[in-house]
Design a protein around this ligand. Sequence first.
Ligand SMILES: [Zn+2]
Length: 348
Amino acid sequence: MARNKKHRFKKVLPVALLLVIFSAGMLGMNFFKAKADIKNFSARRNANIQLPHENLTAATTINNSNKYIADNSPETEFWKEDKIEEERMVEEKAARAHQQANPAIEPIKPAAVPQPAKPTPQPVQPVKKPVPAAQPPSSPVPASSKPLPIGKKTVYLTFDDGPEAFSGEIISLLDQYHAKATFFMLDGNMRKYPGAVKLMVKDGQSVGMHGVTHDKTKFYASSQSVVGEMNQAHNTLKEISGVDSRLIRTPYGSAPLMTPAYKQAVAQANYLMWDWNIDSKDWYYRDQRYVDSVIGQLQKNPGKGGPVIILLHERKETLQYLPKLLNYLESQNFELKALNSSMAPIHF
Ligand SMILES: [Zn+2]
């Protein structure tokens, strides 16, 4: 028995030794790999940290220098990484608190301040762009039955959510530029400013409906609610101005809330639903950036051969920078026309 055991042990010994050597090797490799990973991570982290304060920079420097003083045994190294990270976090927190208490000194993270998506700043084009080739014959009937003079491009300004107390100012500005536009109006605002509605019609502007509630949940509740709101606004518009308009724009545009069934319902009710292909985002920018935004989009051939429809709102800020937009359009030889019922509406 004893001899057998010894014999077996002799046979097993080299295998066991091999295993031990192999395991040691793997352990060693893992250790170096882990160490390398930590180094990489530290490097990345250090690169990413925006040092918000001088004190923190100093502290980090000290930490970084301490790191290499003591022994290099793996445990110490791991422990030190943790410790350094911990200290850094404490210091960062302290620096943050300090700066929150003294906001005038320096913003903590200037990069984190939310900024509205900047429209690519497009200078008001001083150079006249070459006039593009005539529109393809497939484009919808233009607002005027007269053929467009060569070199004239047409845009359709549309103003939603009105009328407002200052609608008259928008209209007289449009008049100064011999421009026509289209107003998609809310029932309540038409009742509030009937004079503005009459003025639009008298001035030859186009008028259309934008519903009653402007509430996503209520307006888009069913095809009955969609058509019902448009009918109510239609009747109000007719009552005030005598105009039997078929032009509508649904709140927030037709996508994604207008289902195929809703679209069918408005078509059956004989409404012409208009979306847009240039969103000025005037409600968002609330300053002249909306004009730059429109100019930038205009330069990208938004109509693709069809009518170019610009979405604006009856807002004070929109009116304030409207001359800038009108100046640009005039300088670029654009003609500003109103939508009419003979045109094929565009959708998203
Ligand atoms: Zn609206």
